[in-house]
Design a protein. Structure first.
Length: 311
């Protein structure tokens, strides 16, 4: 990490559809003369970021939630433009992980000009910042998106969560991890980037010298037990709290893994597509797929790091 004098009038791109909003007016008040505030619809955000990189902007601010930061990372990875994350979304895990809890904290970080290089997760040429999931969480989000036009986001999320739990499905997955092939039957494969990624599933205090992937799956269990486990995980995805302790959770740490399409020996033939989420954004991926870590790939303007959270 090093300090750099922040440029005058940094460009700040605002997602007006982000969760808690805050809006352009709140950002203008918080940043004063430090920033040029521009509202950018999500569909136009990537092009605006590409333009900032092409123009040689040393810093670009992005205001929104984790989905917005996911788009920003895709544009800014391996460039000389640093990301200033401004938390105006619903959950804001990435900004908080890097010591920015509010608009005021983002403005203070910009004034301090602390630039650090952070790791990103990789998914066959795509990137993620916090979490990657396969399985029932993806199905729940698809249901939520179908219903939200009629009920609003939070009612849709509640109804989709209940429907997913009521019809919870497990799927068989094969993973290659550190030379081993593992076969598991689970409702979800959850992959978090680095120590302190969200939701926490244990409270191990060990600090690793480099970021890794934390892979969490459920061990074999009855349907009611699986439903109870998913419900508790869901609560921790909505609020920070005490770490989840459950002997039926299997947690692995690795720098690289391959997710294979099913248990059959010929699964490498591919052609199978599976629902996934990256930082809460829905996607479809073709299996097999390789997941890894790219160290120092993203430049970030940050505040004081949260204790125990290392990227």
């Amino acid at each position: 990490m090093h300090a750099a004098t922040p440029p005058q009038r940094v460009r700040v791109l605002v997602n007006p559809r982000a969760g808690t909003g805050g809006g352009a007016a709140a950002l203008r008040e918080g940043f004063g003369g430090l920033a040029r505030i521009e509202e950018i619809e999500p569909a136009a955000l990537r092009a605006a970021l590409d333009g900032a990189v092409a123009a040689g902007d040393p810093v670009v601010g992005v205001a929104g939630g984790d989905g917005t930061m996911h788009t920003a990372a895709a544009a800014l990875v391996d460039t000389h433009t640093a990301l200033l994350p401004i938390p105006t979304g619903t959950l804001n895990h990435f900004a908080r992980r890097h010591g920015i809890e509010s608009i005021a904290a983002a403005a203070a970080a910009l004034r301090a000009g602390r630039v650090r290089r952070v790791a990103v997760g990789t998914l066959d040429g795509r990137y993620f910042l916090n979490t990657l999931t396969f399985g029932e969480y993806s199905r729940m989000l698809r249901m939520r998106e179908r219903m939200r036009r009629y009920t609003g986001k939070w009612v849709a999320a509640f109804l989709a969560g209940i429907a997913t739990l009521a019809t919870l499905r497990r799927f068989t997955v094969r993973l290659e991890v550190d030379g081993r092939v593992l076969t598991r039957r689970t409702p979800i494969v959850w992959i978090g980037l680095g120590y302190g990624s969200f939701p926490r599933v244990h409270d191990a205090l060990e600090q690793r010298t480099s970021p890794d992937l934390e892979v969490t799956m459920s061990r074999a269990m009855s349907r009611p037990a699986a439903i109870g486990l998913v419900a508790r995980l869901s609560r921790r995805m909505l609020r920070a709290g005490t770490p989840l302790r459950d002997a039926r959770l299997e947690v692995l740490h690795t720098r690289r893994l391959t997710l294979i399409a099913g248990p059959a020996p010929d699964a490498r033939a591919g052609g199978v597509r599976i629902d996934a989420t990256a930082d809460g954004e829905l996607m479809r991926v073709a299996l097999p797929v390789t997941i890894g870590v790219s160290d120092g790939a993203l430049r970030v303007i940050g505040g004081e790091e949260r204790p125990g959270s290392r990227s």
